[in-house]
Design a protein around this ligand. Structure first.
Ligand SMILES: [Fe+2]
Ligand SMILES: [Fe+2]
Length: 192
């Protein structure tokens, strides 16, 4: 049985993982070449991460999927608590990261290491968070949630479309999406 909710979560995870890897690659490349990175592109990426996954994706997990799972799988409550805690921290972490990026842009090389270290921590934190969801939470949902749970979840997730996963983007996010896609290096974008 294919559930829209799980498909949306998995697609958003893939898009987000590609975005995070692309961010790491940009930083590694700029360090190798001894140049400052494309700050406009980095700002666009962090803004996107802040708007879409942090606010929409996590909100749907925390408000819709996780409460159902708490009911149906009490064994998973400690794992769900930890993931909810990640969601809360993640929003603060991306704001701190945006500030560290601004510091690098305004203050120059003296603030590069600090931003790079923060970005690496954030990327690792995020990838491991999504790994737990993929390996533990989604399979448990598939196994234990009831049909009436899925009706509600699928409807809610169907309204939450992310442009990077190939769905029609919200008009408001279209210019940002296009800009990231045209400037970012592979695997996410078309830029060099
Ligand atoms: Fe999550
Ligand atoms: Fe997630």
């Amino acid at each position: 049985m294919r559930h829209v909710a799980l498909t949306v979560i998995r697609e958003e995870h893939q898009a987000l993982a590609a975005m995070l890897r692309s961010l790491s690659m940009l930083l590694a490349q700029s360090r190798r070449e001894g140049k400052v990175p494309d700050f406009g592109l980095l700002r666009a990426m962090l803004f996107y991460i802040d708007e879409f996954p942090e606010r929409l994706h996590h909100t749907k997990e925390t408000e819709l999927l996780f409460p159902r799972l708490r009911e149906r799988c009490p064994d998973l409550i400690p794992v769900l608590d930890a993931l909810d805690e990640d969601h809360e921290q993640g929003e603060r972490a991306v704001l701190r990261l945006e500030h560290a990026l601004l510091a690098f842009e305004m203050m120059g090389e003296a603030r590069r290491l600090e931003f790079e270290a923060a970005a690496e921590r954030y990327v690792n934190f995020y990838l491991s968070h999504m790994g737990t969801e993929e390996q533990t939470i989604l399979p448990a949902a598939e196994k234990h949630l009831l049909p009436e749970d899925w009706v509600e979840l699928d409807a809610a997730f169907a309204r939450n479309k992310d442009p990077l996963t190939g769905h029609q983007p919200d008009d408001a996010y279209r210019p940002l999406f296009t800009r990231i896609l045209n400037t970012a290096p592979a695997p996410i974008g078309l830029g060099g």
